[in-house]
Design a protein around this ligand. Structure first.
Ligand code: AHG
Ligand code: MN
Ligand code: MN
Ligand code: MN
Length: 312
């Protein structure tokens, strides 16, 4: 049977236990609804900004809220989920389910600045084991290597679902006719040695000086190309397929960094490391709060090692 006829549900039934499969299928179904809103753009009323500011201090986009509501609706109905945490929610949403096995942390719409200009955006998710203790915000403060699974959906010209389990990263592509996610890549591994930098270099003057100097040397060498979409999922998707290194370092005016550990850097780091790349020490970091921001460097092993050695 060619891989293209293996559905997400079929693959999950073969590779994951039932409750985890149900959580991942719910996330896939939520992403299919979100994809429909994105595809219709102005026709679906999904564009533009709202008046309110989220817990991140960001002006929320209408699609941030719509995508968040869709994810909440699908996940809240699953008895295997003890609690969910979202970029768009101040605190975790806890369900009174003492036997539920999983926590889900998610970024419902990644790359919000790109929504209104028809550029690729995504949804990122991280699955953690639910602790036996009381479930509240602190239950999510587990380091990234404890993730059971992680992944993203990238809403681009193709709609792809990337899923990482310990030891493997697979990709499903939505069939345009049926919307069904079909297996198209059954073992993704980052090509080593690609000289592509993915960073917002308008921040370079505020990076740690040693890191800024290293990047400047690479740029001056003429050997490197630069790619920055502004949606982490899109930049990471390129790196998974073509190699390179992604960095959003700490800055003198943002000493914590910009990207969120729980539902951006940990899931993406888990994907990258299970595709034979490196996310430096991200997955060893013990989170201190739900919306904690960190500096983040991930991708090609050798490039990450070089940059991490220069990022203090
Ligand atoms: P989000 O839209 O979920 O808030 O995340 C945006 C993040 C990430 O997707 C992207 O890599 C980064 O912000 C872009 O930051 P700049 O706009 O500062 O380049
Ligand atoms: Mn994001
Ligand atoms: Mn977001
Ligand atoms: Mn945001």
């Amino acid at each position: 049977m060619t891989t293209h006829s293996i559905t997400l549900a079929h693959w999950l039934a073969l590779h994951t236990e039932t409750a985890l499969a149900s959580v991942l299928l719910d996330l896939a179904h939520a992403s299919t609804e979100i994809a429909g809103l994105i595809r219709g753009g102005a026709l679906t009323g999904a564009l533009g900004s709202l008046d309110n500011v989220n817990v991140q201090g960001e002006t929320q986009k209408r699609l941030d809220v719509l995508a968040n509501d869709i994810c909440k609706r699908h996940l809240a109905a699953n008895p295997a989920i003890a609690a969910i945490a979202s970029e768009e929610e101040d605190n975790a949403i806890v369900f009174a389910r003492p036997d539920a096995a999983y926590l889900v942390a998610f970024d419902p719409l990644d790359g919000s600045s790109n929504i209104d200009v028809n550029v690729t955006v995504g949804t990122i998710f991280s699955i953690l084991p639910a602790p036996a203790t009381t479930i509240d915000d602190t239950a999510f403060l587990q380091s990234g290597h404890r993730q059971v699974a992680a992944g993203y959906v990238v809403y681009g010209p193709q709609i792809c679902l990337l899923l990482a389990l310990p030891g493997q990263v697979v990709q499903f592509t939505a069939d345009p006719a049926s919307g069904e996610f079909l297996l198209t890549h059954d073992r993704l591994s980052i090509p080593a040695g690609a000289r592509v930098i993915s960073a917002n270099v308008s921040n370079q003057s505020r990076w740690p000086p040693d890191l800024a100097a290293t990047i400047q040397q690479w740029l001056d060498s003429g050997d490197y190309n630069m790619r920055w979409v502004g949606s982490m999922v899109a930049d990471i998707h390129r790196i998974l397929h073509q190699g390179g290194v992604f960095l959003y370092p700490t800055q003198s005016d943002r000493p914590q960094g910009k990207l969120r550990l729980l539902y951006e850097c940990n899931p993406i780091g888990f994907i990258i490391e299970n595709a034979q790349g490196s996310a430096a020490d991200t997955l060893q970091t013990t989170p201190t709060s739900l919306h904690q921001r960190v500096g983040f460097i991930a991708g090609d092993q050798e490039a990450v090692t070089t940059l991490s050695d220069h990022s203090t």
